[in-house]
Design a protein around this ligand. Structure first.
Ligand SMILES: [Zn+2]
Length: 1080
């Protein structure tokens, strides 16, 4: 017996019969392609048999329905055997194979069409009187075939474009796409990012907005240039020109754009894919030059010799965003003594004629040749000490470090006298490597501390930001005797020239200091050190001639702009504020060929830069027409305006290109011209930027700075950030570890389909919706399996409702006439949908996911739809108790489809099209998509008295108690199916009893036997104790005994009246009436 419904009746009503109505009439020609897919899938895909019943075409999966129906040997006409979940189905299939072949098994195995119904003599006469579900919405997603078909449907009918064109400009929602780098295949982080954007866009579309979403790509820059270089032959490399590099690099970038675009489209992301913005487009480059020009003419951009992060391995300057700080970097640090030549007045008094040295510390010995000062903190206390090192020497160090240094140097430090930092200023010392060079002790800032070192700071203005600032104030030389490859130049002296500063050069400096007696101690020192994020090699600080954007003139304005933006999560505001506050100028020049040139000429003779408003405007128009390669292909005169006074001068063009962050940072100016709500608006404010949280220092910041510098405002109203994607254990993904999750493999499956099954884009998207992306998120095989399982359950719940709506008639039941249960369910759905809408508005998609999932399982599958089977299948089709249930399912399934559509667009569209074909549902014409039918319809239509909710909550509580009791009876072997039970309930309190009585109205719906899916219920007097509700539920007693009477072969309910009717002796009184009404 228990084999009929192996897991009791709180199971999801997941398994049932699907079908397609006969003929193309109902399907409509526009859906022909998809229909073909459905049929093919049904027949070929899962071994279904296509055959005709009296009323429509059926296709029945052999693995589930037919054999289970046959096996039960009970009432194959009944819908009961269909109620099993996917998981249970496969379990059934397995056990079927395992068990000895009985009568049914043999027949099925012998190639029977799988029609258990026809085999069963008992139930067969009534099979056609049961309303089994019919839908073209397949039980299996078959996403690998189906999703591309649905995408094709959207493309053919230009749904995204039509929706954008048909709506008012005032209702425009602009999500501005941060351009991914056009290099290589997409990874799971890209998928997370673009799918989040798509969920938001599709939600806005459903809410009636005109969505502007132009996809972009960042196409310039070093990684692509390096790949281009690697691809060149030896011969080509021998005669390398910037144009050759640019041509090859462009091809690489455009190929990557093609590949990445195809992937994004496969994720189901809607965008204006046929007209993306590329940072290499001439129009884009021209707009970028315009922003550069405006900043230049406002005086924000200037040329200067300054220390910048320099990568010897890439031979270019790097922006902060291009650096990483790997763990475990160890420098050769050293303490050195610089001999004092002329002590300050206060120091002289303490020294009393003794010679002394200032002690310094550095982690970059190679910068010692560039030493131009020693800085002290005027507020700190210093000490003159005598050290008994191998040779006796007098040193000056910070007082609070005396003990530490004594231990470190392994020598006693005898105190000779105390003085303030301010008292040391004016002291001169001799450069240890260049004895003729006499330098000064100068005023440092707060950065001079006693955390490490000696409290006196070696200052090399050519190799450090703070050093540079001190040097500017003190008029120190910006000395940087290091070339592009990171080698000492001849300026560093014969001994050092040509040596790498990060290798031999560093060692040589240490050796020289040792030789001249200046070295106090050398020791390894582990600390954070900047590396080139691309080559993974250490960088240096080096003064070069660069172009800078100064932040200072508009820093306050930028901070005000930050305050006006909505940051999601809010912590983003403080992060951005801190970065803007502490940011020094922005070095925007790069010494590379693959980029937008900095449009400046230089006088051949003097080296002076030549640029003005006319030149900038002319270059902009040349780029707009020919692209920025014209900078290399045209003559200098042709790059100058026709009337320019500079024509004919001996000028050379600059060879620097712009930092790629300047490229992408000007996208608000270059890529949004058609997003304006009104004609006059050149570049509209964007509703949302949405990228990974690393973009606070990258794109969010460069966009903000260029926009504030030229327009005075931020380019965005809101900025949403997401975390990174890690593997299931929270580890970073890496090829060497082998834990990389490829988004395309999730969709189409891996080489080993068992290990990596094809889940489809909607499962990937469901995962995106399920994670709290405000911090790092996890993905892996186990998580994907769980998500896929949830997807299948959702799909089956939707399918169950869709299947029961094939003969839905709008208006068949008035809202006022609905049974209490149905009113309750509509109110519950409306609560859920309101929560879903709130969660979408707050971009909290994991709440959408959780809310809908819980609703589908707890409220629908385990409760309402479980109960609904009797109403839907057994009732006469036009009976009010069936029609009212259809009304509820009609409202709920359509709002569920809408609520899920942003996350599961393929599934929702598939369902929608099948609903459109269903009874009474033919809305709109050819190519009409779910996205054209607006947002939730029933949120505000919840009927009836909300006070009934409390009654229903109690009844559901009692239902849980009943279910437990039934489960107990089943495992004790007293009953099999729940319909074999007669339950006797003694309510835990009078209040509980009252609730149960209210829900026993005798209308075929609000009746306890149907709510509990048992054949009989007896309500005994309530227990006398007055207790709170929760305790009363607990105290409610339920006992189970076998149902009275005999089993009806049509509805499986037990009744003492089975056998009364002469013509239908095997039917209960309900079924006799139904069958007679049907004229069967
Ligand atoms: Zn019956």
């Amino acid at each position: 017996m228990s084999s009929e419904r192996p897991h009791g009746r709180w199971l999801a009503p997941f398994g049932f019969v699907g079908g397609v109505r006969a003929g193309g009439r109902l399907l409509g020609p526009e859906w022909g392609r998809l229909r073909a897919g459905v049929l093919r899938t049904g027949v070929d895909g899962c071994g279904c048999a296509l055959r005709q019943s009296q009323r429509w075409w059926w296709w029945l999966p052999l693995t589930s329905r037919s054999v289970i129906g046959g096996r039960s040997g009970r009432s194959p006409a009944s819908p009961r055997p269909l109620s099993c979940s996917i998981a249970q189905e496969s379990k059934d299939a397995g056990s079927r194979r395992d068990r000895p072949e009985g009568k049914r098994g043999k027949k099925a195995a012998a190639g029977d069409t799988g029609d258990g119904v026809a085999e069963d003599a008992e139930g067969a006469p009534y099979r056609h009187t049961v309303n089994l579900p019919v839908t073209s919405f397949d039980q299996r997603a078959n996403a690998v075939v189906r999703e591309p078909q649905i995408q094709q449907f959207w493309a053919e009918h230009r749904v995204f474009e039509r929706l954008a064109a048909s709506r008012l400009a005032e209702a425009t929602f602009v999500l501005h796409d941060g351009p991914p780098y056009a290099n290589g295949a997409l990874h799971i982080g890209h998928a997370l990012n673009k799918i989040l954007k798509d969920i938001i866009n599709r939600y806005q579309i459903l809410r009636g907005k005109r969505v502007h979403f132009l996809p972009g790509w960042d196409c310039h820059g070093l990684p692509i240039e390096l790949r281009a270089l690697q691809s060149l032959s030896k011969k080509e490399k021998a005669s390398l020109t910037p144009m050759l590099i640019r041509q090859v690099a462009e091809r690489f970038a455009l190929d990557a754009v093609q590949e990445q675009r195809a992937s994004f489209q496969r994720y189901g992301v809607w965008a204006a894919w046929e007209r993306p913005y590329l940072t290499l487009d001439p129009a884009y480059e021209a707009a970028q030059i315009q922003v550069f020009g405006e900043m230049f003419l406002k005086g924000f951009i200037y040329r200067g010799r300054k220390p910048v992060h320099w990568s010897p391995s890439s031979r270019t300057a790097l922006a902060e965003a291009e650096l990483e700080y790997p763990e475990g970097h160890v420098s050769r640090s050293l303490y050195a003594a610089f001999e004092v030549v002329q002590p300050s007045e206060r120091a002289r008094a303490l020294l009393q004629g003794r010679s002394a040295s200032v002690a310094v510390w550095t982690t970059t010995p190679w910068t010692i040749p560039a030493n131009r000062a020693v800085a002290v903190n005027p507020a700190l206390e210093y000490q003159v000490v005598e050290a008994a090192m191998p040779q006796r020497r007098v040193l000056i160090v910070a007082t609070s470090l005396v003990e530490t240094l004594s231990a470190k140097w392994g020598t006693v430090l005898r105190l000779l006298g105390t003085l303030r930092g301010a008292d040391l200023i004016g002291t001169t010392y001799r450069h240890p490597l260049y004895p003729q060079l006499i330098l000064r002790v100068v005023l440092g800032g707060d950065y001079v501390t006693t955390d490490a070192g000696t409290g006196l700071v070696h200052t090399a203005p050519g190799h450090g930001t703070e050093d540079f600032a001190v040097g500017q104030r003190e008029s120190l030389e910006v000395f940087s005797p290091v070339d592009d490859a990171g080698r000492f130049t001849a300026e560093a002296g014969e001994a050092l020239a040509g040596l790498s500063v990060l290798g031999e050069g560093n060692a040589k400096v240490i050796a020289e200091l040792q030789a001249c007696g200046a070295l106090l101690l050398e020791e390894p020192y582990e600390h954070k050190y900047p590396y080139d994020w691309r080559t993974k090699k250490p960088t240096i600080f080096r003064a070069t001639d660069q172009w800078f954007a100064s932040i200072e003139p508009f820093r306050q304005q930028a901070l005000r702009a930050v305050a006006q933006v909505q940051w999601i999560p809010p912590a983003g505001a403080a992060r951005m504020r801190g970065m803007i506050e502490s940011r020094s100028e922005w070095c925007i020049s790069r010494q590379r060929a693959w980029g937008v040139p900095i449009p400046v000429f230089f006088d051949e003779a003097t080296g002076e830069p030549v640029v003005d408003a006319d030149i900038l405007q002319h270059v902009q128009s040349v780029f707009a027409q020919h692209g920025s390669s014209a900078w290399w292909t045209l003559s200098v005169d042709d790059l100058l305006p026709p009337h320019s006074p500079h024509r004919g001068r001996a000028l050379r063009r600059g060879t620097d290109t712009m930092d790629v962050w300047f490229d992408s940072g000007t996208s608000w100016a270059a890529a949004l011209r058609d997003a304006s709500a009104s004609e006059g608006e050149a570049a509209p404010k964007v509703d949302l930027y949405l990228e990974g949280s690393d973009q606070h220092r990258g794109w969010f910041q460069s966009s903000l700075l260029t926009s504030v510098a030229t327009r005075g405002t931020a380019p965005y109203r809101a900025v949403l950030t997401h975390g990174f994607v890690l593997d299931e254990k929270g580890m970073k993904m890496s090829k060497s570890v082998g834990n990389v999750v490829d988004p395309m493999e999730i969709i189409v499956g891996g080489a080993d389909a068992k290990k990596k099954p094809p889940y489809g884009a909607d499962v990937l998207r469901l995962w995106v919706s399920s994670v709290d992306y405000s911090s790092d998120v996890l993905i892996g095989p186990t998580i994907l399996r769980q998500v896929a399982d949830i997807y299948r359950k959702l799909r089956n719940t939707l399918r169950y409702m869709a299947g029961n709506l094939y003969d839905f008639e709008a208006g068949a039941v008035a809202y006022a006439d609905l049974p209490s249960l149905d009113r309750y369910m509509l109110r519950r759905a409306s609560q859920v949908m309101r929560q879903v809408q709130e969660a979408y508005d707050e971009y909290a998609f994991y709440r959408v996911f959780q809310t809908l999932q819980r609703f589908a399982v707890v409220d629908l599958s385990n409760f309402y739809l479980d109960i609904a089977k009797d109403r839907c299948y057994v009732a006469v089709p036009s009976e009010p108790r069936r029609r009212s249930c259809q009304l509820v399912m009609h409202a709920v399934v359509r709002d569920m489809a809408r609520a899920l559509a942003p996350i599961l667009p393929h599934t929702a569209e598939d369902l929608w099209q099948s609903l459109r074909r269903g009874g009474g549902d033919a809305e709109a014409g050819a190519g009409s998509s779910i996205f054209e039918h607006g947002w939730l319809q029933h949120v505000t239509q919840a009927p009836g008295d909300a006070s009934e909710d409390a009654v229903w909550d109690t009844v559901r509580g009692v239902r849980d108690v009943v279910n437990k009791a039934l489960e107990g009876a089943r495992s004790a072997g007293e009953i099999g199916a729940s319909l074999e039970a007669h339950v006797v309930i003694r309510p835990g309190s009078a209040a509980v009893a009252e609730c149960l009585r209210q829900c026993d109205r005798g209308n075929g719906v609000d009746e306890l036997r149907y709510l509990f899916i048992v054949s009989q219920v007896t309500l005994e007097p309530a227990l006398p104790e007055k207790v709170p509700l929760a305790a009363a539920l607990e105290a409610t007693e339920v006992s189970v005994r076998r149902a009275d009477g005999h089993k009806c072969v049509r509805c499986w309910n037990y009744s003492v009246r089975v056998g009364e009717h002469a013509t239908h002796p095997r039917l209960c009184e309900r079924c006799v009436e139904s069958v007679q009404r049907l004229g069967a």
